[in-house]
Ligand binder design. Structure first.
Ligand code: PHE
Length: 339
């Protein structure tokens, strides 16, 4: 027979040396098991004098309950610790930034196109939609470029059969605009154009143009120059250096080309401006009478100007992009730098 005090002390000693669930299981078996200390002492009750038996039985039961409670409580603590360990192992830091922040951003060409469209809309121009797939007639013939005209060689493209092709410029919008709206008119239209090009820092086989046309009575180069002045300053500010050069386009007479002083090198010469310090950004001129007629406009009464802006090159100048290919290689970090 062992005294309750002794059992408590033994338990206390074992409990202090207990560090794991396995240790605790051993203690549980030793004290509460079928052949454990408490059960042993219960069996020995019959040897206890009858007067003390009930008391000892109660005391043993109370001690059994205390030990059971202690073990249950500690068991829960162990389970919690296990769970925490598991959570630590599986912990995922969802606050970490991913390699790319994939929020979208407008493409620099879209930025520039919208900027230009806003300027022209504010000057009373109407925005027309054109088609990527055009007929040879709208892309060439109606623009005073007959079938075997050498100017077609400069704008070779994909021919899709049945006289259809991928438009080489947005100038076809001129004819659609005149036919639809008649004279006088002010229209713009923008979008992708396609050419057989030798690709380099300033040429791509797919790029963007913004076409503009104004037809009214007595329109001269002075008007054209006024609009060029106004919109280039709206985009680049009043210190922009530019020059107009005579150029040949079959659909205008006279024809001109607008060069901007290359803003990528400050006019010193770089790969984008082919070391000339100037970059060609727009063709323009007074609309050829044949073109007015193709648009069902009376060429004796009306005259007009037209221009085709290279939107990509405008974007390159405005945003310091040194190579046009960057605009089309799908690089996400590049696009995001414009967010
Ligand atoms: N369509 C010409 C080109 O793509 C540009 C242009 C437009 C020239 C309108 C004159 C008038 O090169």
């Amino acid at each position: 027979m062992i005294t309750l005090e002794q059992i408590k002390q033994d338990f206390q000693k074992e409990w202090q040396g207990m560090h794991s669930l396995a240790d605790m299981e051993k203690i549980k078996i030793a004290f509460l098991g079928k052949k454990g200390i408490i059960a042993d002492q219960m069996k020995l009750l019959r040897d206890v004098p009858a007067a003390d038996r009930a008391q000892r039985g109660q005391d043993l039961n109370r001690l059994k309950q205390e030990i059971t409670d202690k073990i249950t409580e500690q068991n829960n603590r162990f389970l919690e610790q296990e769970e925490e360990k598991l959570m630590d192992k599986q912990w995922l830091d969802i606050s970490l930034e991913s390699a790319y922040n994939l929020a979208g951003a407008l493409h620099p060409v879209t930025h520039m196109r919208r900027k230009l469209e806003d300027v022209f809309l504010s000057m009373g121009f109407q925005l027309l939609k054109g088609n990527h797939v055009e007929t040879e007639y709208y892309n060439f013939e109606a623009l005073n470029i007959p079938k075997d005209h050498p100017a077609r060689d400069m704008q070779d493209t994909f021919y899709l059969g049945e006289n259809r092709l991928l438009r080489t410029h947005t100038s076809s919008i001129q004819i659609h605009g005149m036919k639809k709206l008649g004279a006088p008119l002010r229209v713009i239209g923008s979008g992708k154009v396609f050419r057989c090009e030798r690709v380099d820092a300033s040429h791509e086989s797919c790029f963007h143009q913004l076409e503009g046309m104004l037809v009214d009575e007595d329109i001269s180069l002075a008007h054209l120059k006024y609009f060029i002045d106004t919109y280039t300053k709206a985009v680049f500010g009043s210190n922009t250096k530019m020059r107009l050069r005579p150029a040949y386009f079959p659909f205008v007479e006279p024809g001109l080309e607008l060069d901007l002083n290359c803003m990528l090198c400050g006019g010193k010469g770089c790969s984008a401006c082919k070391q000339t310090g100037w970059i060609e950004v727009m063709g323009c001129g007074l609309v050829h009478p044949n073109v007015l007629q193709a648009g069902d406009v009376d060429s004796k009464k009306y005259s007009g100007f037209a221009f085709g802006i290279g939107v990509d090159r405008f974007a390159m100048m405005a945003y310091g992009i040194k190579d046009i290919r960057l605009l089309y290689n799908g690089g996400i970090p590049f696009i995001q730098s414009f967010a």
